[in-house]
Design a protein around this ligand. Sequence first.
Ligand code: COS
Length: 399
Amino acid sequence: MDQPDLNLNMDFQLTDEQRLISESAREFADREILPRARDSDRAGRFDRELASKLGEVGYLGAPVAEEYGGRGLDYIGYGLIVEQVGRADSSARTVVSVQTSLVAGSIERWGSEEQKREWLPRLCSGEALGCFALTEPDTGSDAANLRTRATKTESGWAISGNKMWISMGNVADVALVFAQTDPAKKHKGLACFLVPTASEGYSSEEIHGKLGLRSSDTAEISLDEIELPDQAMLGEVGDGFKVAMSALDNGRYSVAAGCVGICDGCVEASVSYAKERRQFGVPIASFQLVQELIADMIVKRDAARMLVWRAGALKDEGQPNTVQTSMAKLYATEAAVECANAAIQVHGGAGYVDDYPVERYLRDARVTTLYEGTSQIHKLIIGRDATGINAMVPPSHDG
Ligand code: COS
């Protein structure tokens, strides 16, 4: 894999603009997202109104160029927004991540001028929502091995198959659908299509009973002979796997930044609770073992944030960053689970109910080590880069 120049010119100081972006995102998150989070979580309700508000303030598609309706922000600035949204509510953060990193980012990078003009302004404003339909019932980590088929017709393509665990699949206006055009070509036969969800043959069903991200919409999608023109393809035949992997480079960054927000929320909630709650006649913050729990959270939050900023700085410099993004995603997601678990420990019984945000943090964080590449996949990406040996595909047992 291409190696980035890691002698980054990082001085660990945010610019005035970046500080302002972070502060205003924090204010927005406290004012508009936090007050709704518990009720939406309890109701398991996707908050379309909040998604529109995220668009109005420019948090959907923030790194997209201004000429297409975005804000032309750098990746560090985008990560700072995602961190604050993630601190408030990971379900809202999911909207930002999917819409921005997976959908709008892919259209901007791979789309024709016509596709960009058709979709980007509406996605950035929140008027339209998008989803990223890669995963299938039998295809998760082995992302190249898709069963969804795209068959050439006289007028374009016909697409049939099933997609699984698709965030926003029930509420999206457009789906990025990945499909195989020629199984013999394996990953080089994949293509990506922009599928309006109003197309005949598109249907979706909500997935219920999730541990966390309860106010995030999650769908199982069925694609039944959907007819599309040639112009619906994003990139060329054979580009599909690269579209997916480059989208995931950005999606994973966004998940990692959101997890820094979870870690930060855990620190904040734990410090505040530990100073308030009294036992044995003193605030529990006086106990060394409680301070240890808090100190561990702070170190994990800051280490995660540094890894996210490094990945963001590489993206901003246009350098290769897949491995560094994997490191940030791996570390930040595991840190979020650990911090949320420790934050519940600090809160004791109070942390086990939703009067405080910490139990939601744990439930919401748990999926982040699974989706957009499991922690194990990220370790294999990092290990392959270090050793030059691909340990992802075990030797065949078929002889
Ligand atoms: N950007 C652009 N192109 C990329 C890329 C990237 N980040 N990573 C790989 N590619 C290209 C390679 O250059 C290669 O191109 P050629 O065929 O022209 O040589 C091609 O893709 C295949 O690369 P490779 O064989 O190295 O694929 P990987 O081994 O990197 O992919 C893993 C295997 C397991 C890493 C990949 O399938 C993966 O990330 N799986 C997890 C999927 C996932 O996250 N699913 C969750 C979906 S969202 S819930």
